[in-house]
Design a binder for this molecule. Structure first.
Ligand code: BGC
Length: 416
């Protein structure tokens, strides 16, 4: 028998919650959505749960990529006081499942037919031992290059469609006295650039073998050397002040024309949108050179933790239901830069970048070039990801040779 009074929670979710409002039902949510575009997106979720009579207790931990949030979450769970929900994704969901601390969302998922609404590849990520423990929010694509066309034009550069053109454009932007590549020197941002370069230089099959299957021969092979060589070249176009810069500040450099291009997932589009910029006019979203048609996915989700009080369990079900609602998936993703993860959402309001993301997601899943993001916790265990990210960051911040880097990366990939 399910421990939660699900029927009641679902009824409340549907009828607007007069009774729960008087009890001041609450849901504490740990997340790292703190940039301008992210804050706008999360405000939509707060509004939806508020309309259902549940008070949102914000537990925001700043830090792109979520490393700080993950540390805060561990501390709370270890002390026996987990938040109701936390922004956790990919294989980490299984890691938390093994700890025996997760709630069960099967009743709400069955009532709302999540299995039928979610892509076949996504549902298993949200389950532990066959039961739903997390609600998926969106699909982010990571292999994007964000471009300010005015900066390129002023420098006499053309929009790049391959690596040669990319470096030619970067040279021109640099020669014109601008920053060619906006970047924040943080390990997760380094890893974000790295994985896009790996995909763009080696292709999806190489990416999968090296960065998902962690095949030792592929990790040390010529394509990985080439990846690091390309990364070394990219380093020379990043400004001196990049160390410690937040990703959204790097995006702001592209927005305001201080820099020409940025490698970043499409949460960057949330910043362009929040600044009132229009795709195709003020900025361009291009697949990273060499990765057209391939797709690195990053699916945000809210993982639910076991709650003692029945009213907290109910609020959790309300949150899960809200996250999967078509209204939320539309509004949230319009602001966030990502695309809806479930079917049945109105897609007409999504811009050209989102439409491209939707089409490429579809095409890449058919052609076999859809791969999980390493840098964003979708591909390997958190331990291996952390160790590999450290190597990439060391490479970005030293004179380490590509040959030494591949050896170190392959060793880090063995971390359990
Ligand atoms: C998350 C995004 C978030 C980005 C920057 C990614 O790992 O999936 O939701 O916007 O990090 O913090």
């Amino acid at each position: 028998m399910h421990p939660l009074p699900i029927a009641r929670a679902l009824a409340l979710a549907c009828i607007g919650f007069a009774s729960a409002a008087t009890q001041a039902a609450e849901v504490e949510v740990l997340h790292y959505w703190t940039s301008g575009g992210e804050a706008k997106s999360v405000a939509e979720l707060k509004k939806i749960v508020a309309a259902k009579g549940v008070v949102w207790k914000d537990f925001a931990v700043a830090g792109g990529g979520g490393e700080n949030a993950a540390t805060a979450l561990k501390a709370r769970v270890i002390s026996g006081n987990p938040p109701a929900a936390a922004q956790v994704k990919g294989p980490s969901i299984q890691e938390w499942g093994k700890e025996g601390v997760l709630a069960n969302l099967d009743a709400v998922a069955a009532a709302e037919k999540w299995d039928a609404l979610l892509p076949a590849a996504v549902a298993p990520i949200m389950k532990y031992k066959g039961s739903y423990v997390a609600a998926p929010v969106n699909v982010h694509r990571v292999n994007w290059l964000w471009v300010n066309p005015a900066v390129l034009k002023k420098a006499g550069a053309t929009v790049p469609t391959n690596w040669d053109e990319f470096f030619a454009a970067a040279d021109k932007i640099k020669a014109a006295g601008q920053i060619a590549i906006a970047h924040g020197g943080m390990p997760w941002q380094d890893a974000t650039v790295f994985e896009s370069v790996a995909l763009g230089t080696g292709g999806a099959a190489f990416y999968r073998k090296a960065l998902v299957e962690l095949d030792q021969g592929t990790l040390t092979g010529p394509q990985m050397i080439k990846t690091f060589e390309t990364l070394a070249r990219i380093k020379t176009y990043i400004d001196r002040d990049a160390a410690g810069r937040d990703w959204n500040l790097a995006t702001a450099m592209v927005i305001n024309g201080r820099a020409g291009m940025q490698f970043m997932g499409d949460w960057a589009k949330g910043e362009f949108t929040a600044a009132g910029k229009k795709p195709g006019i003020d900025y361009l979203c291009l697949a990273v050179p060499g990765s057209e048609g391939a797709y690195t996915f990053n699916i945000d989700s809210m993982l639910m933790f076991k709650m003692k009080k029945p009213e907290d369990q109910q609020s959790q079900q309300v949150l899960a239901s809200a996250i999967m609602s078509p209204d939320f998936q539309e509004l949230f993703n319009l602001n966030k830069g990502s695309i809806p993860v479930r079917s049945g959402v109105n897609k007409t309001k999504f811009d050209s970048c989102a439409q491209k993301s939707m089409a490429d997601l579809d095409a890449s899943s058919k052609s076999g070039s859809l791969v999980p993001s390493l840098a964003h916790g979708m591909a390997v265990s958190s331990a291996a990801q952390g160790a590999m990210t450290d190597v990439i960051a060391r490479f970005m911040n030293s004179n380490m040779s590509p040959k030494d880097a591949v050896t170190a990366l392959a060793k880090a990939a063995k971390t359990r």
